[in-house]
Design a binder for this molecule. Structure first.
Ligand SMILES: [Fe+2]
Length: 384
């Protein structure tokens, strides 16, 4: 037996932030990062809350890759203020922090239900609709995923006005994260008809609108579409799970602080090749691997059909590489200039161990060994 649910109410489209003026909570804690406050974006949240006469306070200490220490500070703030709702405003880090803060606070001192309303300011993580949160231990260079249905926000507001000022490189990284979520959800061992329907729509939107949003941040139609795609892909992978792409990207992020979406984007062509085995197919196999059919379907959704399935999957790999080049995302670690070859190679063994046991990796459609992971990390050093 399988099951599928969407716990989160989704408010979207023009003026979606007006939803805030309809709320009737006594006290709200806004959890966000310093950028949202200093850039003035916070005023778009304050205005409707002020109009509704709702009391609120702001915790603005969220940082990227939220460490345990910052989560603890947020828990203390929440237990002092005792709100009946949290409004999380920001990228994945603000929303993940809010999930963890609410969960830990409930364990320490349960004083009543606290509604979580997530308002993403990037189109990427899908965290606004998932039951996952990632907390980091900076000293140990490890990321710990928390997974429980109680983490899922009750509500999300998707208003593209908040993503209008996102710079092109962040649009590129987060957009490729959306695409990776959707592609991994389509091929994962946990995929089902419901998750696949949502993931395929997210892929179609990325194919049409990601480059438009990248080249013109003021293209509000493209921005709104990518905001929807991020949420659709989030619902899809929340049900279907992810795969090796995310399992390996998490380690690149933890070890070299490569932005999450960028690490996913760089790995994506390698993972499609590995899961479909398209490079060795003619020598070693009589039948296609099961993932080939699914990647070929994805390729067709993007309008990339070729004269047979293997060539259709090859077209998908070429298209992903084209997207990377168009959006100035490096194709190799060496191209990034952030680490020497010796240092990178010396960290591969540890990253491979961690990727093998990462909770995402178990959803990968092709069984994977440590040696496979080592070889993909090595290939990533110097992609032609
Ligand atoms: Fe991701």
């Amino acid at each position: 037996m399988n099951h599928f649910e969407i716990k989160t109410k989704i408010y979207f489209g023009d003026q979606a932030l007006n939803r805030l003026s309809q709320l009737s909570y006594k006290k709200i804690l806004i959890i966000t990062d310093p950028f949202v406050v200093q850039s003035g974006m916070i005023n778009m949240i304050r205005k409707p809350l002020d109009a509704a006469g709702i009391n609120y306070d702001i915790f603005m200490d969220v940082v990227p890759d939220p460490p345990i220490e910052k989560i603890s500070a947020g828990v203390r703030k929440l237990l002092d203020y005792r709100p009946d709702a949290i409004v999380a405003v920001g990228g994945g880090s603000a929303i993940d922090s809010s999930k963890a803060i609410r969960e830990f606070a409930k364990q320490i001192d349960y004083y009543g239900e606290i509604t979580l309303i997530a308002i993403p300011t990037t189109s990427g993580t899908g965290s606004e609709v998932t039951s996952f949160a990632v907390v980091s231990d900076w000293k140990a260079e490890r990321k710990y995923p928390l997974v429980h249905s109680s983490l899922t926000p009750e509500e999300t507001i998707l208003d593209a006005e908040l993503v209008k000022s996102v710079p092109p490189e962040v649009t590129a990284d987060t957009g490729m994260d959306v695409l990776t979520h959707a592609i991994e959800a389509c091929v994962s061992t946990g995929r089902n008809d419901f998750s696949t329907a949502l993931a395929e729509k997210a892929i179609e939107i990325c194919g049409v609108f990601l480059l438009r949003a990248y080249f013109d941040g003021n293209d509000m139609h493209a921005r709104q579409k990518m905001h929807s795609a991020s949420c659709l892909a989030g619902i899809a992978f929340n049900s279907a799970g992810l795969g090796l792409n995310h399992g390996m990207a998490h380690q690149l992020g933890a070890t070299f602080h490569i932005p999450h979406g960028r690490a996913n984007a760089m790995l994506l062509p390698h993972i499609i090749e590995f899961n479909s085995d398209i490079n060795k197919h003619s020598k070693s196999r009589k039948e296609y691997l099961p993932a080939v059919k699914r990647y070929a379907t994805i390729s067709q959704i993007l309008g990339l059909s070729s004269y047979n399935r293997i060539m259709t999957v090859r077209s998908l790999v070429n298209w992903v590489q084209f997207m990377l080049k168009e959006m100035d995302i490096p194709l190799s670690i060496s191209q990034m200039g952030i680490v020497s070859e010796d240092e990178y190679m010396s960290r591969i063994d540890g990253m491979a161990d961690a990727a093998l046991v990462d909770s995402c990796t178990s959803g990968n459609p092709r069984p994977v060994s440590k040696q496979d992971i080592v070889s993909i990390y090595k290939d990533l050093w110097n992609q032609a």
